[in-house]
Design a protein around this ligand. Structure first.
Ligand code: AMP
Length: 283
């Protein structure tokens, strides 16, 4: 495994690999890698000759009061996780190389970024789509893999790739969870022991709603009440959003079906966690 730290070197590597007829897969991350990231890498390795993972805590997707500075970073540990998962190249650029002086071009996806995290984190998705577009231009992958943990992000990136005719296959991968149901996240490192227990209310709320749905309940009002009740039982859990939306368009729905998305963002203490499920999909 090799670590590439500059945009120019990464582009030169990919250009040469493509010239040799090799296929490239890309798993973009912000590092502090866990098994969720590793699952994307293992699949990425199967889908191409060369697996690149980027590790870049992207400043443009954090709001001014968000956790950019505090975001956990551990490149030494990440190297081990990536190597074990079969990564060939870690691309770890500096912010000054990604956003040099004079930078002023951004990618915006419109409707899909309005609800959910787009509403509670203004500017977040513009930062995400811009950095992903840049990474796709730099790494030039044939395939790029993203987790359904960030469901809206995956939808937004698919839209961007289609709308801008990007010559890359976007692959969505299932959410990897801890044994007790908590969706893996680098931000779980922020949780103290009691918060870690409280954080289970997200996956518990989703499972409760999903069980009700599988028993035949279709009223979003009823399902939402149950979700709110499960989360409300936990003191120190503050809901940012608990939304029922169409899994393709992200439009609000009042009657649930198998493609209905339940998307949660909940603050546990100072840590904002997200989780989601599609009601008709295997978990
Ligand atoms: P991040 O480093 O949090 O930006 O995540 C990088 C990629 O890993 C994104 O595509 C995430 O959706 C994905 N990812 C993060 N956590 C999980 C998880 N628990 N299961 C599956 N994919 C994940």
């Amino acid at each position: 495994m090799r670590i590439i730290e500059t945009v120019a070197e990464m582009q030169a590597f990919s250009r040469e690999a493509r010239r040799e007829g090799k296929s490239i897969s890309l798993v973009p991350t912000m590092g502090f890698l866990h098994e969720g990231h590793a699952s994307l890498m293992i699949e990425g390795k199967k889908r191409a000759d060369i697996l690149v993972t980027s590790i870049f805590v992207n400043p443009t997707q954090f709001g001014p009061t968000e956790d950019f500075d505090a975001y956990p970073r551990d490149l030494a540990r990440d190297r081990n996780v990536a190597e074990t998962a079969g990564v060939d190249i870690i691309f770890a650029p500096k912010a000054s190389d990604m956003y040099p002086r004079g930078f002023q071009t951004y990618v915006n996806v419109e409707e899909l970024t309005l609800p959910l995290c787009g509403a509670s984190r203004p500017g977040h998705f513009q930062g995400v789509t811009t950095v992903v577009a840049k990474l796709l231009n730099i790494v030039m992958p044939h395939v790029a893999l993203f987790g359904k943990k960030d469901f809206q992000q995956l939808a937004v990136i698919r839209r961007m790739a289609a709308d801008l005719n990007m010559d890359v296959e976007i692959v969505g991968m299932p959410i990897v969870r801890e044994a007790d149901g908590l969706a893996m996240s680098s931000r779980n490192a922020y949780l103290g022991p009691e918060e870690r227990r409280n954080a289970l209310c997200l996956s518990r709320a989703l499972a409760t709603a999903r069980d009700l749905f599988l028993d035949g309940e279709r009223s979003v009002g009823t399902l939402r009440d149950r979700v709110l009740r499960v989360i409300g039982e936990v003191s120190g859990a503050v809901i940012d959003y608990a939304d029922f939306r169409d899994g393709d368009t992200l439009e609000a729905v009042e009657t649930a079906n198998g493609r209905t998305l339940i998307a949660l963002a909940v603050k546990i203490g100072t840590t904002r966690l997200i989780d989601n499920c599609i009601l008709g999909e295997e978990q």
